[in-house]
Design a protein around this ligand. Structure first.
Ligand SMILES: Cc1cc2nc3c(=O)[nH]c(=O)nc-3n(C[C@H](O)[C@H](O)[C@H](O)COP(=O)(O)O)c2cc1C
Length: 338
C-alpha cells in the first residue's frame, strides 16, 4: 500500500477494519473524555519557532535505557493486535526493529511473549499485567528473561478493567476479556513492584500508567528504571487529564533522575516535538501503529514510523532546532485549540 501521510493511515484502517474491531481499538472508558483530552491537550500547545538558523542537518536520534532509537518514538503495548492479524504482534515488533526503534509486547498478546520474541529477535520490552499470585508472577518474569526481553514495564493503571460504554453499546467484548486472573491486579502495590524488581534484576523495570508527580516521586524512591506516563489511551479511568498536561509535574518530581516516556494521542511529528520540549525522552504510539498494521501489516508500521520521522524532521527544521536536546519549555506555549 502506498501510504503518503499519517492521516491516510487512520482513514484507511477505519475503512478496512470491521466496525466492532475499529471501535475496540479507538474507543476508551466511559464517556471517552480522557481519550479526547489526550488530543485536546496536545492541540492546546502551540510551537514557538526560531528563525535564521542553519537547519540543513537534523539529528533526531536518542537513547532509551541504553538502546539507540532512530527517532524518539516507540510502540506501546497492545494486547489485542491479533484481532487485526494473528501475527500482528510480532509484525509490529519486527517493524520497530527494522526501522531502528523498540516496541513493548503486551503480556496478553497472542500467540504469547515467548513465541513473539522468537519471531522478533532483537531489542524489545515486555509489558506485565499481574495475572495470578506472586509465584505465578515470579515464574512469568523468569520466562520473560529467558525469552530475551530487554526490560519490563509493569502496567499500574489497571487495578480494574475500565468500563467501556462503547463496548457495552456495541454488545461486543474482545475475546481476551474472558481470561482468568485479572482479580490479582487489584492487590498490586509498591511492595509488588519491589518484588518484581528483585526477580527481574538485572532487567530494568518501568512503571506504565503514572499520572501524577506524587506517584512519580514514589517511583523514583522505589528505584525503578524509567517512568512511563500513560492513561492507557483513555481506556481505563475516564475523566483524567491529558498525558501531555501531566508531563510537566512528573518532570519536576523526577528532577532528571529517570528517563520519562509518555503516550496518549500521539499521531503527528509536532506532537512528538511538544513532549520532548516538555521533558520526555521519548513518546510511544498505540492506535497509530495498530491502524498501520490494519492497512499494511509490518510494512505499514515501518511506513508509519518513516512518515513520523519525516514530519518530525520537517517540524524541527521549521522550528530552528537541529537536535532533540535543543527543544525545551521555550519551544511551546499554551494556545487555544481550534
Ligand atoms: C486496543 C488497545 C489495546 C491495549 N492493550 C494494552 C495492553 O495489553 N497493555 C497495556 O499496558 N496497555 C495497553 N493499551 C494501552 C497502550 O499501551 C497505550 O497506553 C495507548 O494506546 C496510548 O495511546 P494512543 O493509542 O492514543 O497512542 C492498549 C491500547 C489499545 C488501543
Amino acid at each position: 500500500m502506498d501510504l503518503q501521510s499519517l492521516p491516510e493511515i487512520m482513514i484507511e484502517a477505519e475503512r478496512r477494519a470491521p466496525a466492532e474491531i475499529w471501535g475496540h481499538i479507538t474507543g476508551g472508558a466511559g464517556t471517552e473524555m480522557t481519550v479526547r483530552r489526550n488530543r485536546l491537550g496536545l492541540d492546546s500547545l502551540a510551537l514557538r519557532p526560531r528563525v535564521l538558523r542553519d537547519v540543513s542537518s537534523i539529528d533526531m536520534t536518542t537513547r532509551f535505557l541504553g538502546h539507540p532509537l532512530r527517532i524518539p518514538v516507540m510502540l506501546a503495548p497492545i494486547g489485542s493486535l491479533a484481532l487485526i492479524h494473528e501475527d500482528a504482534s510480532a509484525q509490529a515488533i519486527r517493524a520497530a526493529q527494522a526501522f531502528g526503534t523498540m516496541g513493548f509486547v503486551s503480556s496478553v498478546a497472542t500467540p504469547g511473549f515467548a513465541a513473539i520474541a522468537a519471531a522478533a529477535p532483537g531489542p524489545k520490552f515486555f509489558q506485565l499485567y499481574i495475572r495470578g499470585d506472586s509465584a505465578d508472577v515470579g515464574n512469568s518474569i523468569d520466562a520473560v528473561k529467558a525469552a530475551g526481553y530487554d526490560g519490563i514495564a509493569v502496567t499500574v493503571d489497571s487495578a480494574y478493567y475500565g468500563v467501556r460504554d462503547r463496548q457495552l453499546l456495541q454488545k461486543w467484548k474482545p475475546p481476551a476479556h474472558a481470561r482468568p486472573g485479572k482479580e490479582h491486579q487489584a492487590r498490586v502495590t509498591w511492595d509488588t513492584v519491589a518484588a518484581i524488581m528483585e526477580r527481574a534484576a538485572p532487567l530494568p523495570v518501568m512503571l506504565k500508567g503514572i499520572q501524577t508527580g506524587e506517584d512519580a516521586a514514589l517511583a523514583v524512591e522505589a528505584g525503578v528504571a524509567a517512568i512511563y506516563i500513560s492513561n492507557h489511551g483513555g481506556r481505563q479511568l475516564d475523566q483524567c487529564q491529558a498525558t501531555i498536561d501531566i508531563l510537566p509535574e512528573v518532570v519536576s518530581a523526577v528532577g532528571g533522575r529517570l528517563p520519562i516516556v509518555v503516550d496518549g494521542g500521539f499521531l503527528r511529528g509536532a506532537d512528538i516535538v511538544k513532549a520532548i520540549a516538555l521533558g520526555a525522552q521519548a513518546v510511544a504510539v498505540g492506535r497509530l501503529y495498530a491502524s498501520a498494521l490494519a492497512c499494511a501489516g509490518e510494512a505499514g508500521v515501518v511506513r508509519a514510523l518513516e512518515l513520523l520521522e519525516g514530519e518530525l524532521s520537517n517540524v524541527m527544521g521549521l522550528m530552528g532546532v537541529t537536535s532533540l536536546a535543543a527543544l525545551g519549555p521555550q519551544s511551546v506555549t499554551a494556545a487555544r485549540p481550534a
